[in-house]
Unconditional design. Structure first.
Ligand code: NAG
Ligand code: NAG
Ligand code: NAG
Ligand code: NAG
Ligand code: NAG
Ligand code: NAG
Ligand code: NAG
Ligand code: NAG
Ligand code: NAG
Ligand code: NAG
Ligand code: NAG
Length: 533
């Protein structure tokens, strides 16, 4: 079925907003498919009314087996759900979902993806729809989590770089207006990791698309991050690490010994990991150390390479990881996920040669990838001139966990400072439209020992106020001009809501750092203050 020549006129749906009984909302939803009109070739796969608190079985619908999350989290209100196939070129397409809530507040929300993408992020759709946003999300132009989809498919790769998000936002907005018969209000974006990169890409490339962007842990300097993964394997061993997990545990302990107190609280969290000038000497094997966790001088040399600036031929390739989360860093480095990324991206995208051998990786491969990327698709998302976004009145809330075991937060520090130089801006100048928060002790998008529930993605909302929810906070900034000085996070005992709150903490706006002067070992929010570094 195709619906390329839909006859919908906006007037047909005028006045169908939330005040009507839900039956008419449901009827209008179910008849929407025949009426949609878009400037794209498309077909509607699903047009269904989803009653409040319904769980959708995504596996039964054919969810790609490599995507996680078999079912959706229920939305407490009724939603008109559409799934469309939209052609983005003559050799590429996106699958996109448009969720239209019964209590639409006039706002629209585009959601991002993760990793090598190919999976619609249903938790973010639920999150947005629950707060009355018409919410959109695509499969980013391919199904599943493999880069194999990009092999000799430049248009599919173009979708991955930027066009899927763009298309999803444009299509979603048009359908929203056709359904409710009203002009959309402000347009928002929420994403983390690849999703953070997608948000920044829109700021840089399509500055008119979003009024407010929440970009978390963004994979903006993507080749640097991928380069780090390869470099770490080259340094520690491709198949198994020459430094054991128990040894990395000893490093973390010693890091906490040396640096945990620098911020005034010995709470297992480094507020500013860049302040930690770690001395490896205490770990070098001697008669007093445990021989299964101490380091030989060669091991120290290898291990330390991951935490300092990584350069190649005089060019900074990666700022090095931060200290404080060493076991998680190495566990992820040797996870099936990361071990797959290096061969896939270099085989299918960089060299277009499926026989490329990842165990021959060197930083020269990264240099080559960067050059090819800047001449071509520009997956790298490090453009610092964001004046067009500033000048159209956009706002961006950028955040990064300082215990991010996958994409180091230092990359976000570098980007912030690069934007400052490019715009010749002071921190106060940037404050007008771009604010960056370092979330201490927070892992990649979630998790970690820090206060990690910040309303930053779906399922991570602790308290329903703008100070505790990045999505609500960006709305307050865009619509009321009330800009955030902090974002508050909540730490639940064992990261389990049912076990109760362990502590809350305000994360500081970069370049400020948290300093503790209280006497409750960091557990009291009031004992902390954001100060100049
Ligand atoms: C649901 O997902 C889990 C992994 O996240 C998987 O083991 C399980 O088989 C899935 N269930 C179905 C019905 O596919
Ligand atoms: C949906 O679930 C919430 C929370 O359990 C409940 O308060 C609400 O009444 C439910 N809504 C409907 C329509 O059942
Ligand atoms: C597909 O699009 C490309 C680029 O726009 C064009 O060069 C090519 O001729 C098109 N192919 C077909 C079969 O239409
Ligand atoms: C992607 O998945 C959809 C169903 O969700 C399927 O119709 C389509 O053929 C798939 N595309 C590819 C390239 O496998
Ligand atoms: C599911 O994803 C994998 C890659 O991760 C891909 O090879 C496969 O074709 C996808 N399946 C469908 C039905 O699209
Ligand atoms: C790593 O493992 C692969 C197979 O998984 C094997 O072919 C290769 O020889 C191993 N390399 C080293 C250096 O042990
Ligand atoms: C040495 O470290 C290993 C690994 O952490 C541990 O299992 C063992 O108990 C330690 N031995 C002593 C004497 O502390
Ligand atoms: C290294 O840098 C030098 C000087 O900038 C340059 O001439 C040379 O081509 C570079 N080598 C590589 C492999 O990039
Ligand atoms: C940068 O800004 C400063 C302070 O506003 C100003 O004095 C200086 O001329 C600017 N430099 C450039 C190159 O615009
Ligand atoms: C949010 O934080 C600000 C600054 O501390 C405070 O003035 C305001 O009352 C807080 N809002 C709510 C709803 O708690
Ligand atoms: C939290 O997890 C730890 C370690 O897994 C466990 O020992 C502890 O009992 C848990 N706490 C609660 C309240 O469940």
């Amino acid at each position: 079925m195709r619906f390329q020549h839909g006859l919908l006129s906006v007037a047909i749906f005028a006045g169908l907003a939330s005040s009507r009984p839900s039956t008419s909302f449901q009827e209008n939803c179910e008849s929407l498919a025949d009426k949609i009109k878009l400037d794209y070739t498309f077909e509607v796969n699903i047009a269904q009314y989803v009653p409040p608190n319904t769980t959708i079985d995504l596996v039964a619908e054919g969810l790609n087996a490599t995507c996680s999350g078999n079912t959706t989290t229920p939305v407490p209100i009724g939603v008109c759900r559409l799934n469309l196939r939209v052609e983005t070129s003559n050799s590429s397409e996106v699958y996109t979902e448009v969720w239209l809530p019964e209590n639409w507040k006039g706002r629209i929300l585009t959601t991002g993806n993760g990793g090598l993408a190919g999976c619609i992020q249903y938790p973010e759709l639920t999150y947005g729809a629950s707060y009355g946003f018409a919410s959109f999300g695509t499969n980013n132009g391919h199904n599943g989590t493999s880069a194999g989809a990009f092999f000799h498919q430049p248009e599919v790769y173009e979708d991955y770089s930027w066009r899927a998000v763009y298309t999803g936002a444009v299509v979603g907005k048009s359908i929203t207006e056709q359904f409710y018969g009203d002009v959309c209000g402000k347009s928002y974006y929420l994403g983390c990791s690849t999703g953070g990169r997608q948000g920044w890409k829109a700021v840089q490339k399509n500055p008119g698309l979003f009024d407010g962007v929440v970009a978390g842990a963004p994979a903006i300097d993507i080749w640097a991050h991928l380069g780090f993964f390869g470099y770490a394997l080259q340094t520690l061993g491709f198949n198994t690490s020459s430094v054991t997990l128990a040894q990395w545990g000893a490093v973390q302990q010693e890091v906490l010994n040396q640096c945990d107190g620098l911020d005034g609280a010995r709470d297992g969290i480094l507020e500013d990991p860049s302040a930690c000038e770690f001395d490896w000497t205490a770990l070098v094997c001697s008669s007093t150390l445990n021989s299964s966790t101490c380091f030989t001088p060669d091991q120290v040399e290898a291990a330390a390479k991951l935490f300092g600036p990584i350069t190649y031929n005089g060019t900074l390739m990666h700022p090095g990881h931060s200290h404080g989360y060493e076991p998680e860093l190495i566990t992820w480095e040797y996870s099936p996920l990361v071990l797959t990324w290096i061969p896939e991206i270099f085989r299918y995208v960089v060299y277009e040669d499926i026989s490329w051998d990842p165990t021959h990786f060197t930083l020269e491969d990264v240099l080559y990838a960067l050059q090819k990327d800047s001449d071509g698709v520009q997956l790298n998302t490090f453009d610092s001139d964001i004046s067009a976004f500033r000048d159209r009145g956009g706002k961006v809330l950028h955040w990064h966990g300082t215990a991010d075991q996958l994409l180091v937060s230092r990359t976000s520090d570098l980007y912030y400072n690069k934007v400052r130089s490019a715009l010749n801006a002071s921190v106060a100048d940037l404050d007008d439209f771009y604010r960056y928060f370092r979330a201490s002790g927070v892992g990649h998008c979630s998790g970690g020992p820090g206060a990690n529930f910040m309303g930053q993605i779906g399922g991570q909302v602790a308290v329903d106020t703008p100070n505790d929810s990045m999505l609500r906070r960006i709305v307050q900034w865009v619509e009321e001009g009330d800009a955030p000085e902090f974002v508050r996070g909540t730490k639940f005992i064992n990261d389990t809501i049912a076990l109760g709150i362990e502590f809350t903490r305000k994360h500081c706006k970069y370049p400020k750092v948290n300093r503790y002067t209280g006497d409750h070992e960091g557990l009291d929010e009031e004992g902390w203050e954001c100060v100049e570094p």
